[in-house]
Design a protein around this ligand. Structure first.
Ligand SMILES: [Zn+2]
Length: 149
C-alpha cells in the first residue's frame, strides 16, 4: 500500500448529520479530503473508464447545446456500438448479450432517426441522404447477421 500523505488524509474530513466524523474514503484530488457525497462530487472521477464497453452510456465529451452536436454525438456512439457489436460477434458472444446489444443498437438508431428528422425540420436542410445512409447500413448489418433490425 502506498501512503501518499498518510492514511488519515485519505479519510473524509466532513461530518455526518449527527455531528460525528464521516471517515469515508476521500475522493482523489479533493482538498480538504472529502468523500463523494460531502464533496458534491459523487460518481466516478472525470475521464474514468472502469466498466467502459461500447461508450453508449458514457458521458458526452462535449457540450451538447445544438441539435447538430447531439446528432453527431449519438452517431459517434452508434458507430462505436456497431464496432463493439461486431467484435463481440466475432468473439462468439452469447446470444443473450448479442440480443441486448442489438436492442440498444436499435434504440439508438431510432433516436438518431428522430433527431435527424427534427434537425431537418428545424434547419430546413435535407437530412434525407444521411437517413438513407443509416438505413442502408442497418439493412446491411441486418442481412449480414440474419437478424431483423
Ligand atoms: Zn464524507
Amino acid at each position: 500500500m502506498s501512503s501518499r500523505g498518510g492514511p488519515a488524509s485519505r479519510r473524509c474530513a466532513g461530518k455526518r448529520a449527527d455531528g460525528s466524523p464521516c471517515r469515508g474514503w476521500a475522493k482523489r484530488g479533493v482538498d480538504p479530503p472529502l468523500c463523494g457525497p460531502h464533496s458534491g462530487r459523487a460518481g466516478p472521477p472525470v475521464g474514468n473508464r472502469n466498466a467502459y464497453k461500447h461508450g453508449c452510456y458514457a458521458r458526452p465529451t462535449r457540450d451538447l447545446t445544438r441539435i447538430e452536436e447531439v446528432v453527431s454525438d449519438l452517431a459517434d456512439r452508434q458507430a462505436q456500438l456497431t464496432a463493439y457489436l461486431e467484435a463481440r460477434l466475432a468473439d462468439g458472444a452469447e446470444v443473450k448479450e448479442v440480443a441486448r446489444l442489438f436492442a440498444l443498437h436499435g434504440q439508438n438508431a431510432s433516436r438518431l432517426g428522430r433527431l435527424l428528422r427534427d434537425q431537418r425540420a428545424l434547419s430546413g436542410d435535407s437530412a434525407d441522404g444521411l437517413l438513407r445512409a443509416i438505413g442502408q447500413a442497418l439493412d446491411e448489418l441486418s442481412t449480414e447477421l440474419g437478424i431483423e433490425l
